[in-house]
Ligand binder design. Structure first.
Ligand code: UDX
Length: 438
């Protein structure tokens, strides 16, 4: 392998498209492979099939350099040195376990074309033990190649920054050679003093699920405190601020509200529970059941507040929902708490109208029966209640007195504890927030 390895990226969804464009921007020749011809056609034109700040321009720019290409043809990787597996590992339809179909077919797809000395590098989030299993398979189908694991920690909304300036690089390897190759690939990032952690395959897989379990736990912890504050007459936002000053605790990920969603945290903690049970270590992560339950309860608590504020029977009311995506600066609606709540209220007979700066199309695809509105003004028009469920900056910039002229009833529930309560109250609004009694 030369000093400047060539790369392939198998699976060009969220993770793969980001990784491919970022590695190309570091000067590597990158071939992206995906089985979806439409996705490949779009990416080849330099168009991003989803919304991610900064990635659209980066992709277009890298396509122009000629270093970055996309194809549906696995054989295109035959001359490539390093192959990143970036396919999805969703929750299976019938259990908590991760569905490994795509990972297995990606590795099987490239195996016949792997050249002598090629390195396959898994980035997808997988149950511990998967990498070893794939390596054993590869030993049979492509003994000339090696396999390593290199988990990805990128956050949606910050994908480019997290890829080009990661807070650490973790590589699970079984040989010095594999580590050397990965050091060559990540040389530009190592030059930024990025911490480098060499681990065995199992530990590298576990780092990812452990990190996501910790983050999920932090969010559910503060949401549990929100429940206590509601019962005891406290204010969770003040409590979070106060405990966050302790550097051992830290103030980030202590935003109480309707909880976590998205394509990672919920399915990752569930897959971890399923895998721990297979390993006979079920009790070690039993607490994640509670984390999941607290998280889902937060969604239910908003619905309880709505019924409390309006009536048990919601059929006569218009509810304006601000936000459909699982977090701001993303168009991702997978397991979105906001959308979940909107669906529940719609099913309860309320006239629900949803606004979102980027998520209307993906949300409509999933729930064609829901009502969406392209403008905030139309969404809130004649509403009996506004629900603020995804903390887009557009919503923090709203003027409560102008919005007050459009609605039927000046009542708002802040499901994210992100709006300025005093500002809304001084404009005459009845303002409720999760975890704040007053
Ligand atoms: C997460 C991890 O952060 C990332 O490292 C991993 O690689 C993939 O999963 P992401 O899914 O993009 O990233 O979202 P994240 O920013 O972690 O937020 C997850 C959810 O938690 C969102 O629904 C967000 O609204 C919620 N959240 C976050 C809170 O409810 N409170 C908080 O304090 C923080």
């Amino acid at each position: 392998m030369g000093m400047n390895p060539t790369l392939s990226v198998i699976g060009c969804g969220y993770l793969g498209a980001t990784h491919a464009a970022c590695m190309s921007s570091l000067g590597f020749t990158v071939i992206g492979v995906d089985t979806d011809p439409e996705k490949v056609a779009m990416l080849s034109r330099g168009e991003l099939p989803f919304y991610e700040p900064g990635l659209d321009t980066l992709l277009a720019q890298e396509i122009k350099t000629g270093r970055l290409t996309f194809t549906t043809d696995f054989s295109a990787i035959a001359d490539t040195d390093v192959h990143f597996i970036c396919v999805g590992t969703p929750q299976s339809a019938e259990s908590f376990a991760a569905d490994l179909t795509y990972v297995k077919s990606a590795v099987a797809g490239i195996a016949p074309y792997l050249k002598d000395g090629a390195l396959v590098v898994g980035k997808s989030t997988v149950p511990v033990g998967t990498a070893q299993g794939l390596r054993d398979e590869l030993k049979k189908s492509a003994p000339q190649a090696d396999l390593a694991w290199n988990p990805e920690f990128l956050r949606e909304g910050f994908a480019v920054e997290d890829t080009l300036k990661p807070n650490r690089l973790v590589v699970g390897v079984t040989s010095d050679r594999a580590e050397e190759i990965l050091k060559e690939v990540y040389k530009p990032l190592l030059a930024l003093n990025t911490p480098w952690i060499r681990a065995d395959l199992a530990t590298s897989e576990l780092v990812k699920v452990a990190a996501n379990s910790f983050l999920a736990t932090k969010i559910s912890f503060i949401n549990a405190m929100a429940e206590i504050c509601e019962a005891a007459g406290g204010d969770v936002t003040v409590l979070a601020k106060a405990i966050g000053y302790d550097p051992r605790i830290g103030s980030r990920f202590l935003q109480a509200g309707i909880g976590f969603g998205g394509g990672c945290l919920p399915k990752d903690i569930r897959a971890f529970m399923a895998r721990a049970e297979e390993l006979g270590a079920k009790s070690a992560v039993e607490f994640l059941h509670e984390i999941d339950a607290i998280n889902l309860r937060a969604r239910q608590r908003v619905i309880d507040v709505v019924r409390n504020d309006l009536s048990a029977d919601l059929t006569q009311y218009k509810i304006a929902v601000l936000g459909a995506t699982f977090k701001p600066d993303s168009d991702d609606v997978r397991d979105s708490p906001a959308l979940d709540i909107a669906v529940e209220l719609h099913a309860a007979g309320a006239n629900v109208v949803i606004h979102d700066p980027k998520g209307i199309e993906p949300a409509r695809k999933r729930f064609p029966n829901l009502n969406f509105s392209e403008t905030i003004a139309e969404c809130v028009k004649e509403a009996d209640l506004i629900l603020h469920l995804t903390e887009w900056k557009e919503y923090r910039a709203l003027d409560p007195s102008i919005i007050g002229q459009l609605v039927k009833n000046k009542m708002i529930i802040d499901g994210r504890n992100a709006l300025d309560r005093e500002l809304w109250r001084s404009a005459g609004w009845k303002f409720h927030a999760l975890g704040r009694t007053d």
